[in-house]
Design a protein around this ligand. Structure first.
Ligand code: NAD
Length: 376
């Protein structure tokens, strides 16, 4: 059986139906928001992701629009507002952040700040009556994640984590193939994510701002991939770290960390992240074949192929739920707010990852396996 081609054709056919509806990654259909009003986002943090990646994506959104920015650089805020047709009152400083409560145009706050600031701005946004999209990693500790979930729940606001791969066609196709049994019984997942860090003064290399090194940044992609490719929750983790502490980049945070996850089915994931080489890869091995992505989780240009009996076949996945993964992600939260549904990657999903992240660090530190299922 040529399972790769067959599954591709099936999913392409499914994607071709109901053009007025949005296909969510779970396959459900979401009606367009009532009244056609686009929900308004305030972007907090005009850095490389918030300004460079997310803001241009509103051009591809059907249900969301940019209505405000929050920045420490007033001149930059003014320039960005002018470029996007926003008034001067759409620019907030961090000191004036809480005044967003008085702006009914803002439905959602998107936190694109250094990791250690995610909890504070998520909680303040919820208290101001706004829904929240928070970048990954959700925060820098389990306690912070729990406080964020509690604050959003208390304010009756939605909380979603910026796990864009759940809206990215190649990753969606890989998940669908894995769930369909295309590779047979899943035995092993291998995934590595990294890039070469340069300037030692960057916040990603300062523990107080990042909460950790490559694991907090790129390792989250490996951890997510291990979970969404197997579809299981790990029961144990064993990790080890390798960092040259004489390298001025790595005085405060780890460079390379590797961890194994054990799953209830007997599957094992070998995961890795590093700050001293570029890599971006996911491999799933089942007893009937393999599913591989490389690059796997980039903004664009990903590749997927299947392998069986020594034959490989590259696939072209059907489109995702949005024009781009970013637009799909932005519109998903807007749709969930309108429909009164929970996002597919809500705060609980970020919390699950952070519990495992803490266990990975603990395992590496203590040199032993850490159980995640409560068993001794
Ligand atoms: P960046 O350094 O380019 O931008 C950070 C922004 O925060 C800047 O506007 C900066 O001025 C502001 N800021 C406010 N207080 C600061 C402080 N005390 N120190 C440093 N900066 C401060 O970072 P980035 O790459 O845009 O990352 C922001 C967040 O987005 C991070 O949590 C990161 O993990 C996440 N991110 C996600 C993706 C993704 O693909 N989902 C990609 C890149 C970054």
């Amino acid at each position: 059986m040529d399972f790769g081609r067959r599954d591709f054709l099936l999913s392409a056919a499914a994607a071709a139906v109901a053009p007025q509806m949005i296909a969510t990654p779970a396959g459900a259909q979401t009606p367009l928001p009532a009244g056609g009003r686009k929900l308004g986002y305030a972007i907090v943090g005009l850095g490389s992701y918030g300004l460079g990646v997310i803001i241009p994506e509103f051009a591809h959104c059907q249900h969301s629009k940019l209505v405000a920015v929050v920045t420490g650089d007033a001149a930059k805020g003014k320039r960005v507002a002018a470029e996007h047709g926003l008034g001067a009152n759409a620019v907030y400083s961090y000191a004036r952040f809480d005044e967003i409560r008085n702006n009914p145009e803002i439905d959602i706050v998107y936190v694109c700040l250094p990791n250690s600031m995610h909890a504070e701005y998520t909680i303040r946004a919820a208290k101001a009556g706004k829904h929240v999209m928070c970048e990954k990693p959700m925060a820098i500790s389990v306690a912070e994640c729990e406080a964020m979930i509690a604050a959003c729940r208390k304010a009756d606001r939605k909380l979603m984590i910026g796990y864009r791969c759940h809206f990215e066609p190649f990753n969606l196709e890989a998940m669908r193939l894995a769930r369909s049994g295309a590779a047979g019984k899943i035995r092993y997942v291998r995934t590595e994510h990294g890039f070469t860090q340069g300037d030692p003064s960057k916040w990603r290399l300062k523990r107080a701002l990042s909460g950790g090194g490559s694991l907090m940044d790129m390792g989250v992609y490996s951890l997510q991939a291990a979970r969404y490719m197997t579809g299981e929750e790990p029961i144990a983790v064993t990790a080890r770290e390798s960092t040259d502490r004489n390298d001025p980049r790595f005085r405060e945070v780890e460079d390379m960390i590797e961890w194994n996850l054990e799953f209830p089915s007997g599957a094992i994931a070998g995961c890795q992240s590093m700050y001293s080489a570029n890599q971006n890869h996911i491999l799933l091995m089942g007893d009937k074949g393999r599913i591989e992505l490389e690059p796997a989780t980039r903004y664009s240009g990903n590749h997927i192929w299947t392998g069986k009996d020594g034959r490989e076949r590259e696939l072209t996945p059907p489109p995702g739920p949005g024009v781009t993964q970013f637009a799909g992600q932005l519109d998903h939260l807007a749709d969930c707010i309108v429909a009164g549904r929970e996002p597919i990657v809500g705060g609980e999903e970020g919390l699950r990852d952070m519990r495992i992240v803490e266990a990975i660090y603990r395992s590496a530190r203590e040199g032993r396996t850490i159980r995640l299922d409560g068993r001794a």
